[in-house]
Structure formats: C-alpha cells, structure tokens
Design a protein around this ligand. Structure first.
Ligand code: SF4
Length: 375
C-alpha cells in the first residue's frame, strides 16, 4: 500500500464514555457521553469518506462503543460499505453473549477484547471494576463458540509484565487470533512509574519473539515499533547477516512499517483527526475538514511519514524505515513528536555511522549517540 495516499487502518473513537476505570486509560474515560460527540449522520458521512480511501480496516473503539445506542447502525453501515469492520467493546455487563452474537450477525470481522491480567484479581485491579475478568471470559468464549475472530489486547506495564507468560497461555486457551500488546504511553490516567525502562522493553521483546515462534496466534505490538528492529536483529543472530535483510523485508511487508500517521489515522469522539489515539495533536476536524485531505496533505501527517525528519538517533538509524520509533512516546516524554524514541536501547553507529562527539567535545552526545552521523 502507498501510505502517502491511504491508511491501512482507521480508528474511530465513537465515544469516550465507559463504565470501567482502567489505571492506564488513554482517554481518561468517563461514565457519561460527551455532548459534542459526532452524531449518527456525521458518523455515516465519516464512514463514506473512510471508504473513499479504498479498503482500510475500520475499527470502532472507545471508551466503550456499547455506550452508543446507534452502534449497531454504524456497524451495519460500515459493513454495507464494504469496510472490514472491527469493534473493541469494554468487558462490562453491557457485553452479553447476545451482543457478541449480534456483532457476528452484523458482519463484524474481528472482536477486540482487552486482558491485562491472567486472573480476576489482577485484571480487575487493572480495570478498576470487579467482575470485568468474568465479562471478558464470557465474551471471549462466546466468540470462540460462534466462530467470531478475536484479537486480545494487553497494555504492558510494570504492574503486569511478570504476568505475560500466563496471559499468553490464556490467549491460546480462548482461541485468540492475535495478541496485540500496547506499550504504555504516558497520557490520560497512565503514570510514568508504570512505564518500562528501555532495557525492560528488550526483555519483553525477547519473550514476544520466543512466543511468536510457537504460539497459535499472531503477535503484534503497538507503540513499540522497535520490536521490528529487535526481530531483525534476532533473525540475523540466528540465521546470519543475509537473514536481517530478508527478515526486515518480510516485516515491512507484514506490518508495513505502520506507525502514527503512517498507515494509521485516528478520529476522536468529537471529530478531531489525530495521527494516533496516543498522539493527540489535531490536524483538523471531520466536521470541517476532509479526512482524506488531512491524512494526505496536512503538514503534521506528512512530517510523520517522512523518515528523513526523525531526530536524534532515530534519524540516523538503519532501521528507521521499518521502525522509526514511537512518535507518541517521543511526544509524551519530550514534547517533540519527531524526537528519538526515549525507550529504545539501540545505538546506531554499528552500521555505517560514526560518532562526532569527539570533534564537538560533547560528552553527553558521546553517551547517548545523539550526534552520530553517516560515514
Ligand atoms: S533508534 Fe529509533 S529507529 Fe532505530 S530502532 Fe531505536 S526506535 Fe527504532
């Protein structure tokens, strides 16, 4: 796909309302709906415009999409337009077996459910409401029973990283098609103390890499683009130098180098157009602006798609095209969405770069690699 023209996936946050109180919630969701949410008709118009991109994956997210009474109408229209449609409801009493059946009847392609702990005690503590784990299991097993694909989503933090092996087993048991791991971005209710260090990211990457070799489901990361770099490195270690290139090519094909604003666009509950739900900088609003025009032509989206504009070591890195670092994390931790990803241990310079710290006398740069430059 040409990501300058069309995104691979469009996420629409249909509401921020949600009955859960998750400790890491990006949206700081509230129980009540916002009065300025996009209306049903505005939603239909948005779906038609999304279709004009071609065939992006359409994801209804929240908050909890089930807090909107018109959710089924919106899903029906999305499916009618021919969009591959996913929905990510919260696991609350609203998510009954009948609701799962309804999603299947309407033509939802995949149901995304979140799990942040392998049992009721850990998961419910994370989600802030007792009974959430039971709701999750009920929906997951019902989907399995009726043949509705599931994607299981986990936010990785200091609180639960030791529990990942048990969650891996649970994903396999409930028949998840994909395990999608979100790495914390400090925004909303997320606390900096929950974030992993760069070294801890690498430990989790190794666990995911080993999991991906044998698991009966696919493994994907969000806001950890450097997992692609990690796989390329591990492939080279295991299969020799040639493997890195081939592995990197395969990954570019499989994950398509998707990142915030590149193959990805997010529409907020009030219509703001963001590169990602974790990078809340608005490039326009669907009430006044064309989503297609904003995605293709706005300065923000064009900058995010241009690897030559990456700063610091990301700008000098040989993996920039398959990785490029998390723009959301760079923004949340530095205020600069083009800055290097602060949670990556990799030091470019091993592959055609040299450090200019000596010539500039900059000891800090010598430590961080920020002044590396191509030979
Ligand atoms: S330095 Fe940046 S581009 Fe390179 S692997 Fe790390 S995050 Fe990715």
């Amino acid at each position: 796909m040409n990501f300058d023209e069309s995104p691979l996936l469009v996420i629409w946050e249909v509401t921020q309302a949600c009955d859960l109180a998750c400790v890491h919630c990006r949206a700081s969701a509230m129980p009540s709906r916002h009065p300025l949410e996009l209306t049903t008709d505005e939603g239909f118009e948005l779906l038609r415009e999304i279709k004009s991109f071609g065939n992006p994956l359409m994801v209804f997210t929240g908050g909890d999409p089930l807090k909107r009474a018109d959710l089924y109408d919106l899903i029906r229209e999305s499916v009618r337009l021919g969009l591959r449609t996913n929905v990510t409801p919260s696991a609350t009493p609203l998510l009954t077996e009948e609701v799962v059946d309804r999603f299947k009847e309407l033509g939802v392609a995949r149901l995304a459910l979140s799990i942040d702990g392998p049992d009721a005690a850990t998961h419910d503590a994370f989600r802030g409401v007792p009974g959430t784990f039971a709701s999750f299991l009920r929906a997951a097993y019902r989907a399995k029973q009726i043949g509705l694909e599931t994607q299981i989503q986990t936010t990785v933090t200091r609180r639960n990283r030791e529990l990942l092996p048990r969650m891996r087993d649970l994903v396999a048991e409930i028949g998840g098609r994909m395990w999608s791991l979100f790495f914390l971005t400090i925004m909303g209710r997320a606390e900096a103390s929950d974030d992993l260090s760069a070294e801890e990211y690498e430990e989790v990457f190794e666990f995911l890499y080993q999991t991906s070799k044998t698991a009966p489901f696919e493994v994907k990361t969000t806001e950890a683009m450097h997992y692609r770099r990690y796989i390329a490195q591990r492939q080279r270690e295991e299969h020799g130098p040639q493997a890195e290139t081939e592995s990197a090519r395969r990954m570019v094909f499989r994950t398509a180098g998707v990142s915030d604003g590149r193959g990805f666009v997010f529409v907020s509950h009030t219509g703001e157009i963001y590169p990602s739900g974790f990078l809340p900088i608005s490039a326009g609003n669907v009430r006044q602006d064309s989503l297609v025009d904003v995605y293709r032509s706005s300065t923000l989206f064009r900058e995010l798609r241009d690897p030559s504009l990456r700063e610091g070591k990301c700008g000098l890195c040989e993996y920039v095209k398959i990785c490029g670092g998390s723009r959301s994390r760079a923004y949340s931790l530095t205020g600069d969405y083009l800055a290097e990803d602060p949670r990556c241990v990799y030091m470019p310079g091993l592959n055609g770069h040299v450090c200019r710290a000596k010539e500039t006398g900059d000891a800090i740069a010598a430590a961080c690699g920020g002044l590396l430059t191509p030979v």
